[in-house]
Design a binder for this molecule. Sequence first.
Ligand code: CP3
Length: 355
Amino acid sequence: MRNNEYLFLRAIKKASLERTPIWIMRQAGRYLPEYKALRQKYDFLTVCKTPELATEITLQPIRRFGFDAAILFADILLIPEALGQKLEFTADHGPLLSPPIRSLSDMTNLKIEAIREKLLFVSRTIQMSRRELAGKTPLIGFSGSPFTLAVYMIEGQPPRHFKHTKSFLYGNTALFHQLLQKLTTVVIDYLKMQIETGVEAVQIFDTWGNILPPHLFGEFSALYLKKIASDLKPLGVPVILYTRGGINHLLELKNSQAQVLGVDWQTDLAHAKYLFYQDYALQGNLDPAVLYGSKEAISREVERILSLFKNESGHIFNLGHGIPPDVPLDKVEFLVEEVRRLSAKYHKKKGDHEQ
Ligand code: CP3
């Protein structure tokens, strides 16, 4: 199959479709028993850094559910580690980065050179995953956004009140921008490496964009997201920008060179479509918590989302944030079936016969 025939890429180009493609954020992870079984044997960072294991996990959700795109198994925090911070994942407290970056001297200790060499294992995982996917499913690469990476690097531990980030941002704005600029350079280099190695799209996760008030989102996050999208554009691979914070934040991304906007579950998808569909394909935005609900609720919510697009292309079904680790598998399976069944009805061409 040629790349340009993947359903996922056709949806991005707004070409004709027989149904709506679906993948889900954080699809390769802890809600899968086969992931948990592998993690019994190896710790998280070992899995990330061993291409055979990372490839196996990239493929697990594809084998089980047949999603229309695979996502590279890695983590956004591998960048801070490559820059010289010590990264640990604790069972109770989540990720820790030390020492935290809070001053000019902390920043000068960051080593932004040779990022490709330090993250060579990611290239290997991409090569192996592509081989295993065998042209049947496209592979999405990813990175954290400069702002989201900065939050983790400054806080050092899972952020709660964002006190250190905001003290830095309001206390030494020029230095904060220098940090964001450094991270932007690194993210561009890292994503170029992923694209050159073979990923067929890239997504930038701006997970903490929502802690910025709307009037500062443009200056501290959107500016850098746009820079990344425009630098990657000549490589010809679609860029998906995912941020949280609703329509005000999305408005700041209006004139970017990206092809897809991720829509979080707190944003009204109809409103996002009205404002952005002309310039972008849209991805999302089912509330992940619907997967704790009944099958009727899942069908209703799927139908609501699909009915906004009907037979139009340009929509990739996804959750509005990552899948929680404790959702029942049968609900995920039901979701995938419902998206396929209901979207196929909308996309049926005139003259197609009922099966
Ligand atoms: O399916 C996939 O998306 C697989 C690859 C992937 C992981 N993390 C694996 C992972 C991706 C794309 C990420 C992105 C990521 N990592 C984000 C942005 C996405 C989002 O949800 O907003 C963020 C904020 C991180 C940082 C991170 N990594 C945290 C906060 C944690 C611990 C808590 C959590 O959310 O799970 C991780 C660990 C992590 N990254 C796990 C996985 C499967 C769980 C590790 C384990 O097995 O214990």
